[in-house]
Ligand binder design. Structure first.
Ligand SMILES: [Fe+2]
Length: 218
């Protein structure tokens, strides 16, 4: 690890939270940036999402979309769960209207599993347990685009904890169209993807990077 790290607080996340929370300086998650791997041209980061509800909302990251590579294909990303259990909320928007969502997917993953973020999906990570969640991710060298999540007050769904401990999933009314949320778990990472070339050259692996190949319904 390069040692570079930053912490996101309640105040930093306030544009995407379900409700106002009066603890601006509380840390929600911490990201430790790794060095660029010169062989694979990928970056490795670790993120810890701390235990603790955000009001009634499950602790989460801000959410972002990825840019396209120079061949014109959106960059995918690869995650693994280091500690805890992880949920990933994925959404694919209409090309001309980010308020219209075509696909919304909730991926539930356990410690040790690998999870691909398929091409064109915005995503955020959620900590559904009462303990810290630690994730690692590999991606090509690019900057995330947070703007759509910021302007639409978060993802197309909010995950809220009810008094009995169950989770209520409600649509974000700033979106115009939100499909039913599909719940899935990750499929095993194919051998062909283990060299990580798909992160920089997704166009060579399109047949493996479909939603159907990455996930199975639960
Ligand atoms: Fe990402």
């Amino acid at each position: 690890m390069s040692g570079k790290s930053y912490t996101k607080t309640i105040k930093d996340l306030s544009p995407v939270l379900y409700e106002h929370i009066d603890e601006p300086d509380r840390a929600v998650y911490e990201v430790r940036r790794g060095e660029l791997d010169l062989k694979t041209k990928t970056c490795y980061d670790e993120t810890t999402i701390f235990n603790g509800l955000l009001g009634v909302e499950l602790p989460k990251t801000f959410g972002h979309y990825h840019p396209r590579n120079k061949e014109g294909y959106f960059f995918p990303e690869l995650y693994t769960v280091l500690e805890g259990q992880a949920w990933f909320l994925l959404q694919k928007a209409d090309k001309s209207n980010p308020k219209v969502i075509q696909e919304a997917i909730l991926v539930k993953a356990a410690k040790g599993e690998k999870i691909i973020m398929p091409l064109g999906f915005g995503h955020l990570s959620v900590n559904p347990e009462k303990k810290d969640l630690k994730l690692a991710n590999w991606k090509a060298e690019f900057d995330n685009d947070y703007q759509i999540y910021e302007s639409l007050h978060g993802a197309c769904y909010y995950l809220l904890e009810l008094k009995d401990g169950s989770v209520d999933i409600i649509k974000n009314s700033f979106y115009e169209m939100v499909p039913e949320l599909i719940k899935v778990k990750p499929k095993k990472l194919p051998e062909e993807l283990k060299n990580l070339e798909f992160l920089t050259k997704p166009e060579k692996y399109l047949n493996l990077l479909t939603v159907e190949n990455c996930f199975e319904k639960i």
